[in-house]
Design a protein around this ligand. Structure first.
Ligand code: N7H
Length: 456
């Protein structure tokens, strides 16, 4: 088992801070002058939250794009040691095609992360309340303005979510892997069961991954071990069209008299996600939401193969079954689990924008998910999930279906819910989510960050 040096790992890899720091803001910066940027880095690097810190007021973490490393003096040979996806950037034609960022999702329309608005640095701020967040934000902005090395491109506020529900109304942040070696295994295992404890190297570079070897360690500033204890951070601003989602569901579930049926709306929404709004998995609760604690079942300790092979509870094409098929692939649960373990991500997303007052009404306001995930191998983890599972029209032997929540749409996409004696199908799903920005970042370990700041 990996021995992890928490003092060299950024805290964000180990916690989302969401339970005690519900407020967040993400600053997107570009570097205009490397030496002044390094001065600024020296100032902030001492404030970066490590895996050892137990802070209660605020936390700060930092990540860099490939263009930042180039500006900060990495040689072309060193840049080539990073993941190809990271080197190319999320908005490059290859990644665009692979992620399904076409039509309305095209990088040409993005608010940031495209050719018009490239990003070098991501500074992540978390605080225990709005007041502390405003205070930290003002301090950080002042330092940035005072530095001749940086331009603030955007400040993205992530809303406070006291009930942890995302904008469609579902509990978020339930299905997460546990990193082996963090000391949380026993606690999590008893709570969440199999398939969730994953080798540290899947998320923290320099340690063994699920193939029992480390992913390539990127080099930088003359150090072959620059990437040690770092990770890749995928950031996508995903707008959610809440009214389209619920209007579609309402229309698809009306009774013969043309009346809305709220219980059927809830059920179709849950089947599309694979969990009820409360977080309860539809595999365990196929017909209704257990809703109120203690009856509520938000667990992760369920398998598809043994309990729900046919998808009567959780449809094969639902969001959580596509993004984590658990033991349901290849007609062999053990092989499935082994394979799926190589395609896990740590999700660190937070919502942005106001909650809809009425989810069926278009109020003209933008809202969505500031999707962030962490992984050691962008191609094998995040991109694989998006391309080979979420956007795959023939996933699990389905036909012309993509992920009903986040999937890229093809003409006449359907969503099937297996049932007995017959399956149910809904047709012509529109886009419920649009990509509005994004970049691939690298979140270095603390020693590597100090190296970046000193430039030596
Ligand atoms: Fe998803 N949603 O509200 O419907 N996601 N997701 N996601 N997602 C999950 O387990 C959602 C997105 C994963 O281990 C839940 O936290 C929305 C992307 C994975 O069982 C809900 C958006 C990718 C899991 C949502 C979005 C993923 C997961 C259930 C975009 C990767 C865990 C609650 C706006 C490419 C699966 C939970 C497991 C769960 C929603 C995006 C992946 C409710 C709205 C882009 C791996």
């Amino acid at each position: 088992m990996a021995t992890l040096d928490f003092s060299d790992i950024q805290g964000f890899l180990l916690t989302s801070y969401s339970s005690h720091m519900p407020c967040a803001n993400y600053l997107l910066l570009s570097i205009k002058d490397a030496p002044s940027c390094r001065n600024w880095l020296r100032q902030v690097s001492g404030l970066i939250t490590t895996g050892n810190d137990r802070k209660t007021d605020f936390s700060l973490n930092i990540a860099f794009t490939a263009s930042a490393f180039e500006k900060l003096g990495f040689t072309p040979a060193e840049l080539e040691t990073f993941s190809v996806a990271f080197q190319e950037g999320m908005n490059s034609p290859v990644r665009q095609q692979l992620l399904g960022d076409s039509g309305n999702n095209t990088p040409d329309n993005w608010a940031w992360g495209n050719a018009n608005s490239p990003i070098d640095i991501l500074l992540l701020l978390f605080a225990n309340g709005e007041e502390e967040l405003d205070r930290q934000l003002a301090l950080r902005k002042k330092e940035i303005e005072a530095s001749a090395g940086l331009t603030l491109i955007k400040s993205l506020g992530a809303g406070r979510q006291p009930d942890s529900k995302e904008h469609f109304g579902f509990l978020d942040g339930v299905g997460q892997p546990v990193i082996e070696g963090t000391g949380r295994e026993t606690k999590q295992l008893s709570r969440t069961g199999h398939a969730t404890v994953i080798k540290a190297g899947e998320f923290i570079l320099g340690h063994d991954n699920e193939m029992l070897k480390p992913d390539p360690l990127p080099a930088g500033l003359g150090q072959s071990s620059f990437g040690m204890n770092g990770t890749y951070l995928v950031f996508r601003q995903l707008e959610q069209h809440v009214h389209l989602f619920w209007q579609y569901i309402d229309k698809a579930t009306r009774n013969a008299a043309g009346e809305s049926v709220p219980a059927e709306q809830d059920k179709l929404g849950a089947k599309m996600v694979g969990r009820w709004k409360s977080g309860a998995p539809t595999t365990n609760h196929p017909d209704s939401d257990p809703k109120v604690p203690p009856a509520v079942d938000q667990n992760n300790n369920f398998s598809f193969a043994h309990k729900d092979e046919t998808g009567f509870g959780c449809p094969i094409g639902s969001h959580i079954r596509r993004t984590n098929p658990r033991d349901s692939m290849f007609n062999d649960p053990e092989v499935s689990l082994r394979t799926v373990r190589r395609h896990r991500i740590i999700r660190r997303g937070r919502s942005y924008g106001e909650r809809s007052a009425n989810v069926f009404v278009d109020d003209g306001k933008e809202r969505g998910l500031l999707f962030i995930c962490l992984n050691s191998n962008i191609e094998r983890q995040f991109e694989f999930i998006q391309q080979s599972w979420a956007n795959n029209p023939s996933f699990g032997a389905l036909n012309n279906e993509t992920d009903p929540v986040i999937g890229q749409r093809n003409d006449g996409n359907v969503f099937s819910m297996p049932g007995c004696p017959v399956r149910t199908r809904v047709h012509d799903l529109p886009d419920f989510v649009t990509t509005k920005g994004g970049s691939y970042f690298f979140m270095p370990g603390i020693k590597a960050l100090q190296k970046l700041a000193s430039g030596l």
